[in-house]
Design a protein around this ligand. Structure first.
Ligand code: HEC
Ligand code: HEC
Ligand code: HEC
Ligand code: HEC
Ligand code: HEC
Ligand code: HEC
Ligand code: HEC
Ligand code: HEC
Ligand code: HEC
Length: 296
């Protein structure tokens, strides 16, 4: 059984044996909050009369906007006190099973080999507010900041002198935020995600997760990024010909990283770099790059 599913099952079991435990993270500490005022689970207009802030966001989540609080909340109890709990024993940090009752389109991503850590833990609300937020998809921040709040190293790469235009535009161009069959949740295996913008051959969308080359709803301006990516010259098989005429870019071991295959990311940082051409290893010139793999 995959890790996340096992984790979800364990959570459910815990909730069934301890009907009082609303929040697993609180451990055995008694919940000192006053009990919830008496309510009828289905009196959703009543919910909003006391919890108006829940329906006041610029970008609202469908069921919250429709006032359907009972699709997720039920009246329960904890330590003998009345509480409003999540349906099906979900905890606020593991809502995956609850969310996918309506969002079946996410289910396949929960079974991918390379799931994003918070997704694997079921923690959908790390990124999506279940009620709403000021930003699209009810995210906690605008654009890439929804990612860089947790990925400080990438924020640093984006603050370098040379920033890769698609990385500045949207992380989702190359990464699926939920999961994919390729490492780092990349939308394609190997170099294909780079070649889509850097060689003049038509992109075969079938090599991409679900056929969505740059996401289900690609970011604004994607056509311009595809059109303006500088083209490199490769031979017909797309495995060599760059940066020098017979140099391999694929299908060889990478001498700079044990166990990895040579690829575009062996020489280029896909996010940003101190020197020109996004060169890795802090290389500010071509010659300081070559010596990372060769001693001519
Ligand atoms: C009479 C006012 C009132 C009504 C009606 C009401 N709530 Fe509450 N609710 C509160 C108060 C007060 C709290 C505790 C203080 C806080 O955390 O904001 C609370 C807390 C909560 C919590 C946090 C967990 C808990 O049990 O403390 C949830 C979830 C919640 N309410 C959902 C609902 C839903 C769903 C409805 C409708 C079925 C509803 N509330 C109706 C006043 C109300
Ligand atoms: C899609 C499921 C979903 C719907 C629909 C929903 N909620 Fe919630 N609600 C949650 C989750 C999940 C949490 C826990 C959030 C967390 O801990 O990050 C929560 C938390 C709350 C809380 C605790 C305070 C807070 O904001 O975190 C209140 C109050 C609340 N909901 C009220 C409501 C009311 C009122 C409605 C109907 C207008 C509603 N919710 C609709 C999923 C939902
Ligand atoms: C009761 C059914 C239901 C549940 C449960 C539910 N959603 Fe939704 N969700 C909807 C509907 C309806 C919409 C709006 C229609 C749409 O765009 O798909 C929506 C929209 C969304 C969107 C925006 C999608 C878009 O295309 O703009 C996100 C993100 C989302 N939900 C995440 C969640 C998360 C996370 C949870 C669990 C906390 C959750 N949903 C639980 C019904 C649900
Ligand atoms: C790390 C942040 C993050 C986590 C965790 C996360 N999402 Fe998302 N989700 C996103 C982003 C970003 C988008 C917007 C995708 C885009 O721009 O194409 C999105 C889009 C969505 C959409 C819109 C439809 C789609 O297919 O893109 C749904 C529905 C959704 N998420 C549900 C979920 C559910 C359910 C979970 C938990 C299992 C979850 N998300 C966990 C970041 C996250
Ligand atoms: C709530 C914190 C959080 C948010 C928000 C978040 N991530 Fe992550 N991400 C993690 C954790 C934890 C890991 C696993 C540890 C690591 O590799 O750093 C991870 C790993 C990754 C990895 C590397 C996976 C690997 O196999 O090396 C990528 C790529 C990634 N996240 C992209 C994103 C993108 C894109 C977004 C925005 C849609 C995002 N993250 C938002 C917490 C987060
Ligand atoms: C042009 C495609 C592209 C874009 C856009 C992109 N990435 Fe990446 N990212 C990659 C590739 C390729 C790797 C794998 C690098 C490797 O194999 O060493 C990667 C790796 C990562 C990792 C794993 C750790 C690391 O540094 O290798 C994280 C985390 C990450 N990206 C987050 C992000 C975030 C956050 C954004 C948006 C600000 C983003 N990426 C935008 C292509 C991209
Ligand atoms: C969505 C299209 C797109 C994708 C995918 C993409 N790039 Fe780019 N790339 C661009 C654009 C546009 C520029 C030029 C930006 C400019 O001139 O300001 C660029 C520039 C570059 C440059 C030259 C930077 C410089 O300083 O001159 C390198 C190197 C590069 N990309 C490597 C990669 C690698 C490696 C990948 C895969 C991880 C990749 N690209 C994926 C669009 C893309
Ligand atoms: C062995 C190292 C190496 C590998 C592997 C590699 N590159 Fe490069 N790349 C370079 C160097 C060095 C330059 C700078 C050449 C120069 O300035 O003359 C460069 C330049 C570029 C440029 C800028 C071209 C321009 O006209 O400004 C792009 C775009 C690029 N590479 C994309 C890629 C892509 C896509 C891949 C994978 C198919 C890749 N590179 C693989 C070393 C590499
Ligand atoms: C990330 C590692 C890496 C970097 C950096 C790198 N190479 Fe290579 N290079 C390789 C690999 C792997 C081969 C294939 C070796 C083999 O098949 O034994 C290769 C082969 C070569 C060859 C023989 C094939 C040919 O092109 O005729 C030359 C010459 C060469 N590299 C020059 C360079 C130069 C010049 C640079 C700097 C611009 C450079 N390399 C940067 C990994 C790298």
């Amino acid at each position: 059984m995959p890790g996340a599913a096992r984790f979800m099952l364990m959570t459910v079991v815990v909730f069934q044996t301890l009907p009082g435990a609303q929040r697993s993270r609180a451990g055995s500490r008694p919940d000192a909050r006053p009990e919830h005022p008496p309510v009828e689970a289905r009196n959703e207009a009543g919910c909003i009369s006391c919890h108006a802030e829940v329906v006041s966001h610029r970008v609202m989540h469908g069921p919250a906007a429709a006032g359907q609080c009972a699709t997720c909340h039920v009246v329960g109890s904890a330590a003998g006190r009345r509480r409003i709990v999540l349906k099906g024993g979900a905890s606020s940090r593991d809502t995956a099973a609850l969310c996918v009752t309506c969002h079946q389109e996410i289910t396949d991503r929960l079974e991918q080999k390379h799931r994003h850590a918070p997704v694997a833990a079921g923690n959908c609300t790390a990124c999506h507010d279940p009620h709403g937020s000021p930003f699209r998809f009810q995210l906690p921040a605008e654009g890439n900041r929804a990612c860089t709040t947790c990925h400080e190293d990438i924020a640093q790469a984006l603050a370098q002198d040379h920033v890769h235009a698609p990385a500045a535009a949207s992380c989702q161009i190359c990464h699926d935020p939920h999961g994919a069959s390729s490492p780092a949740q990349l939308r394609t295996a190997g170099n294909a995600v780079c070649l889509a913008c850097h060689v003049d051959v038509p992109v075969d969308a079938s090599v991409v997760e679900g056929g969505f080359m740059f996401g289900r709803r690609p970011v604004e301006g994607i056509e311009r990024l595809i059109a303006t990516g500088p083209r490199i010259l490769l031979d017909g098989s797309l495995v060599s010909g760059h940066p020098t005429i017979a140099h391999p870019v694929d299908a060889r071991p990478d001498p700079s990283a044990r166990g990895r295959t040579l690829g575009c990311a062996s020489c280029h940082n896909p996010h940003g770099s101190a020197g020109a051409k996004l060169l890795r290893f802090g290389a500010k010139g071509v010659s300081s790059l070559c010596i990372k793999c060769h001693s001519f």
